[in-house]
Design a protein around this ligand. Structure first.
Ligand SMILES: [Zn+2]
Length: 799
């Protein structure tokens, strides 16, 4: 097999795999709204918008080295070529792939791409090449040595990659735990191989049976990975997800193994034959084995780096562990030829020793928790278990990422009647929601911060809500919940959304001129209005920067007349969004010393802090500062390395749900209102607060809605309510309980629970073990809110 043929096969498989991945991404409403439409994934955007060009190019790359087979009319090659040619022609007349929307079309494209992979494998299989090598007679001995080599190799590679990429050190005990897990996994693999060989020995053609069964097992591993790791992490369950997993797992295993499958009547080793496509031929030679080891180490290192910058529920990291393991196993099954004299009894004896040693150590160090990602994940593979409120998980799964095709009622929500004429005194309102800003990156919340002098000065003249939270761990639902003033149905989005947008109703009623940085979410949730000269008109969402937006506001303020209606301004600057920082090279933007902080973020916070200071100075110069209501908050926080986590989206951790919430009241309002800065405050309270300040009595549309952050002076505060929080793109829910002092999390993706003490200091929080009282209290809040929202919208998962 020539190198050209191998490369062209890889291009063909890669092309269809990329097509399938794109279609899977487009089948999820939240991914389309939050990642594809705003162009947050540039290579994906390039692929989808040039699909009709890439498709024939990839076809040509595949077909040229196979011209001979096609000329000979070999059926699989002809079928593959014709189908592919058909797809390429259809792609020319259909709308671009980038317009794919959630629904049957997206599922169809994904399924078609996997079928194309299956035919590629078929064509490769009939052009099968010889992939035999001499195996020792005593296979169990060779198998055992091979899995042990793979286990030790995997452990060395993953530990090395963790050491190089992570700031955390790895102790001897951490390493030992990982080694134990890898050895145990090795034993499981050994058992499976032995079983395959045993079953094959009962057949008439053992090698062929062994090969087929081994490919089946590899396919089963991929089906499970796609279903339980990839699709589960976007909370995609049900028959559709099984169909995609079955097709995808079979296609991946088949394209990887088919190339190498030897003649069906070959007397060779079937297991080794099946996996020989997973490791190159040179891995069988001593020098080649070292090269292969180094290549896999490089792969592990690269995937660790990628996972640290941006990963989705550790999907990249977890798939990486499996890939490295498979590559090592295939390589060592090829390379190990020395164990001919190891008797079968010794193999089982050795396995038994590993098991006994493991359970002995496990007993002494029962609550050892794995620190490296690989150890954590291998531990999960070996002992998949769940903790937490098992009865709550199905409810959460059913009520999360409700499909775009599911029709639910748009409800007319109201905080107040809005029948009176607009308020006499209406301050200008500026709402600045800095995407992903953590509270502990502002000196108002953390004395260690010395890079936010302007926001610090602003905070000293404002209300700084110490225990402030977002109800959603990512933009997709956090922003709508701010406009509604309460939690929203887990759907992107209920349409028309306007009846639920209580803030928009207030702004129209009070005749505010609305300066809004429109983005793909606001396009959906805001009703059309003639009162809206938009901000950042020709700027792409990912390029929204606070400095630029504030200077646009300042120049607009300069041209306003004395009798113009009041202004409401809203913007969601992307300065420190993880995708922006990654795109900008992941480096700080200045030379400052940000020890103890994530420098790329901190330096950008310093940059917009300066602009914010200039904006406040400008308001003061115009005599507007003391008459303006200014809110500085964020839509959620961000994980910046805690426990190896980066970013936000599908998780709930203290650093994600805690946000800054700083409210500057106009001077004239301060005497008439009172507030409690220690009381839990939520971004969903901003809208009810604006209603209250503009003179409206509140009546919430549902008991779980927000509340005003201020009340008339002299009035006492009602009891603080526990509230639900949730991830925007996954079935991970939580509750803030104990007057904002604890976060409880029920993770229906990983089927586990977590709890955190949020403390009184600047740090986000520390993990604690969830106690039954907290669990039942939090579960009730979560259940009541999820069911309440479903009831409000007439949504029932069974429909
Ligand atoms: Zn966001």
């Amino acid at each position: 097999m020539s190198v050209a043929r191998v490369v062209s096969y890889a291009i063909a498989v890669g092309f269809w795999l990329a097509t399938a991945v794109y279609a899977i991404l487009s089948s999820q409403a939240f991914i389309v709204e939050q990642f594809l439409k705003p162009g947050l994934l540039p290579p994906v955007a390039f692929f989808s918008s040039h699909f009709e060009l890439i498709c024939p190019v990839a076809l040509a790359a595949w077909a040229v080295p196979r011209a001979e087979a096609i000329r000979r009319r070999e059926l699989p090659s002809v079928v593959t070529g014709v189908l592919w040619g058909g797809a390429a022609s259809i792609a020319l007349v259909l709308p671009a792939l980038s317009t794919l929307e959630p629904g049957p079309a997206a599922l169809g494209v994904a399924a078609m791409a996997f079928v194309a992979m299956l035919t590629l494998g078929w064509a490769e299989w009939t052009g099968r090449r010889d992939c035999e090598w001499t195996m020792p007679e005593q296979r169990p001995g060779a198998d055992l040595v091979a899995v042990l080599v793979a286990a030790l190799g995997a452990n060395a590679i993953e530990t090395g990659a963790s050491l190089v990429t992570s700031a955390d050190s790895i102790s001897f005990a951490d390493w030992g735990l990982g080694l134990r897990y890898d050895l145990l996994l090795g034993m499981v693999v050994f058992l499976v191989i032995t079983l395959i060989r045993g079953l094959a020995n009962m057949q008439r053609r053992p090698a062929a049976f062994e090969t087929a069964l081994s490919i089946g097992v590899i396919a089963a591993v991929w089906i499970w990975l796609i279903h339980d790791v990839v699709l589960a992490s976007i909370s995609w369950r049900g028959p559709d997800s099984w169909m995609i997993s079955l097709l995808g797992g079979s296609a991946i295993a088949w394209t990887a193994c088919a190339r190498a499958v030897a003649r069906r009547d070959s007397p060779s080793d079937g297991v080794a034959t099946a996996v020989c496509g997973l490791a190159p031929r040179f891995a069988a030679r001593p020098a080649g084995a070292v090269t292969w080891l180094l290549l896999l180490a490089g792969l592990a290192y690269a995937l660790h780096r990628v996972s640290l910058i941006a990963d989705w529920n550790f999907v990249v990291a977890r798939l990486g562990v499996v890939l490295v393991w498979m590559g090592l196993l295939a390589g060592s099954l090829r390379a190990v030829r020395v164990a001919a004299r190891v008797p079968l009894g010794f193999c089982f004896g050795a396995s038994l020793i590993v098991l006994i040693a493991h359970s002995a150590v496990e007993r002494v160090s029962a609550d050892a928790t794995p620190r490296t990602h690989a150890a954590r994940w291998v531990g999960e593979i070996l002992a998949p278990g769940s903790s937490g409120p098992a009865e709550l998980f199905p409810l959460l799964l059913e009520h999360t990422n409700i499909g775009a095709s599911v029709n639910v009622k748009a409800v007319d929500l109201q905080w107040a009647e809005l029948e009176t004429p607009p308020a006499g005194v209406r301050p200008n309102v500026f709402v600045i929601v800095v995407d992903s800003l953590r509270r502990d990156y502002l000196s108002a919340y953390n004395p260690e911060v010395d890079f936010t002098p302007s926001l610090d000065a602003f905070a000293r003249e404002s209300l700084v809500f110490k225990r402030a939270f977002t109800q959603y761990g990512a933009t997709g639902l956090s922003v709508p919940s701010i406009w509604v003033g309460g939690p929203v149905l887990h759907k992107q989005y209920v349409t028309p959304f306007a009846p639920m947008n209580t803030l928009a109703k207030l702004l129209d009623h009070e005749q505010y001129v609305q300066w809004i940085s429109m983005d793909n979410i606001l396009d959906v949730i805001l009703p059309a209005s003639s009162r809206r000269p938009v901000l950042d008109q020709r700027v792409q969402v990912k390029d929204f920067r606070l400095c630029q937006t504030l200077s646009e506001m300042s120049s607009r303020l300069a041209t306003r007349g004395a009798n113009d209606p009041p202004v409401f301004a809203y913007t969601l600057p992307q300065d420190i969004h993880i995708s922006v920082i990654t795109r900008e090279g992941g480096r700080p933007v200045d030379e400052g010393n940000y020890q103890g902080f994530h420098a790329p973020t901190a330096s950008r916070v310093r940059r917009f802090d300066t602009c914010f200071g200039e904006f406040v100075a400008d308001l003061e110069r115009r005599g507007l500062y003391d008459e303006s209501l200014i809110v500085v908050t964020s839509d959620h926080g961000d994980s910046l390395g805690e426990g190896g986590r980066m970013g936000h989206a599908y998780t709930l951790y203290p650093e994600i749900v805690r946000v800054p919430l700083i409210v500057h009241l106009p001077l004239a309002m301060r005497d008439r209102w009172t507030w409690d800065l220690d009381r839990p405050a939520y971004t969903t309270d901003v809208t009810p607060t604006l209603y209250r300040l503009l003179g409206h009595q509140l009546s919430a549309s549902a008991p779980f809605f927000g509340e005003s952050l201020v009340r008339p002076a002299g009035e006492s505060a009602p009891m603080a309510r526990d509230r639900m929080v949730a991830a925007s793109y996954g079935s991970v829910y939580g509750a803030i309980v104990d007057s904002g002092r604890r976060l409880y999390v029920a993770d229906a993706i990983q089927l586990r629970e977590m709890a955190f003490d949020l403390g009184d200091g600047p740090m986000p929080g520390t993990p604690i073990s969830p106690d039954p009282a907290t669990r039942s209290q939090a579960s009730k809040v979560i259940r009541d809110t999820v069911e309440g929202l479903a009831k409000l919208h007439g949504f029932s998962p069974s429909k």
